[in-house]
Write a protein that binds this ligand. Structure first.
Ligand code: AMP
Length: 379
């Protein structure tokens, strides 16, 4: 497979390499692991392109089941159900990074799994992720592995006396992490956080948080979306604003890192890369997510090709689409009762998206709205 020259952005036409690889035909079936809102939005995009989707999820009330006829309700370690599912689909993808390794292995032996199992393994473990990213020469937060309470004192001293203690696995939306400013607090957090081991990260004095959502096709073509500026509340993404208030040089730096990550992972699909942007214009990777990303939902409202279509194109072996952004946007997550904004606050220029979840709970992502405004010319 030939790699693109760094910085060359796919314009949405088949590269020679891509067209030689098997592209799924109209009417083929894409298997999706996970039945949440991301699986639902992937399924909708796939339908629009003429594919069928089959959703695999243990939860019978999955929002993604509302948008496709084909479903498997079974545990992720149910080998017989996985084999049956694999026999019914042409390719397998997923909407969440905590797909168990055994599940990925079984499916990958039966059908193409895109993105591949290596992207899952790396993104499931914060230490493996930081090591992988750091080895590419891409900055990550200073950190120390914490296997036992006895590791805490030296790690805290190394990192300036404060930090964020995080579980290496299964953390999401701010869960599985605690800010600590003393050894006593760190010891308490160690006792509270599960599962072990943990990682202590230095507190990064970031100016803002940004993300790059990027697609890479089967033939190695790639297409990053514009950087989004993200605000988190209680560890959960609250808003994404595009354009981000960063310099062109910072945007270019982040985009270059994102491109290098997809190449190093030999990635196929959409990858979310979260960064801390520092006052000096540099960026640090916080984490990567091998899937469509909440901070890319705005693309649905204002890009020629959105992240969901882009992911489906990639895993189907189709040429990527054009990621060009046509308008300025703010995407606001509707969390818990905030879903009440639909329809009461809708005005022209606001695009609603409700996930069809029956029950709203505090902290639960129920939908999002996107405020669309004419694009401001860059100075
Ligand atoms: P994470 O689950 O690692 O994405 O962390 C959730 C949020 O916590 C991030 O989006 C940041 O707002 C904050 N955070 C995480 N790690 C750090 C860090 N090392 N320094 C400062 N803030 C952090």
């Amino acid at each position: 497979m030939t790699e693109p020259a760094p910085g060359k952005v796919a314009a949405g036409f088949p590269s020679g390499a891509a067209s030689e690889l098997a592209a799924l035909k109209l009417g083929a079936t894409i298997g999706i692991l996970g039945g949440g809102q991301l699986g639902r939005m992937l399924s909708l995009a796939a339908s629009r392109l003429g594919f069928k989707t089959h959703i695999y999820c243990p939860d019978k009330d999955s929002p993604a089941f509302e948008v496709t006829l084909h479903r498997t309700i079974a545990a992720y370690d149910d080998r017989a159900a996985l084999e049956k599912f694999a026999a019914l689909v042409d390719v397998v993808t997923y909407e969440f990074e905590n797909v168990p390794a055994g599940t990925a292995e079984i499916l990958a032996s039966l059908k193409p799994l895109r993105p591949g199992a290596n992207a899952l393994a790396i993104s499931q473990d914060r230490l493996a992720e930081k090591t992988f990213i750091g080895n590419l020469g891409i900055p990550v937060a200073p950190h120390r592995p914490i296997h036992a309470p006895g590791d805490l004192a030296a790690a805290l001293a190394d990192l300036g006396g404060a930090g964020i203690l995080k579980t290496t696995r299964l953390g999401y939306d701010g869960k599985g992490q605690r800010r600590v400013t003393s050894l006593t607090e760190a010891e308490q957090a160690f006792a509270d956080l599960r599962p072990h081991p943990l990682v202590l990260e230095a507190l990064v004095p970031f100016e803002r948080e940004i993300s790059i959502v990027i697609a890479r096709g089967l033939g190695g073509d790639f297409a990053p979306f514009d950087a989004a500026e993200n605000v988190h509340r209680d560890g959960i993404l609250a808003t994404s604003t595009v354009p981000a208030a960063i310099s062109d040089a910072t945007a270019e730096l982040a985009r270059g890192y994102a491109i290098n990550l997809t190449i190093a992972l030999d990635y196929v699909g959409v990858l979310g890369v979260e960064f801390f942007a520092l006052a000096d214009g540099s960026v640090i990777v916080n984490e990567i997510a091998p899937r469509v990303h909440n901070s890319g939902h705005w693309t649905e409202a204002v890009c020629i090709t959105d992240q969901f279509e882009q992911h489906i194109r990639a895993v189907a072996g189709w040429p990527l689409g054009d990621p060009t952004r046509l308008a300025d946007v703010v995407m606001e997550n509707l969390i818990g009762d905030r879903i009440g904004a639909i329809p009461s606050e809708l005005e022209p220029g606001i695009r609603p998206h409700a996930y069809g979840k029956a029950e709203s709970r505090p902290g639960r992502k129920m939908g999002h709205i996107t405020y669309v405004a004419p694009k401001t010319p860059r100075k």
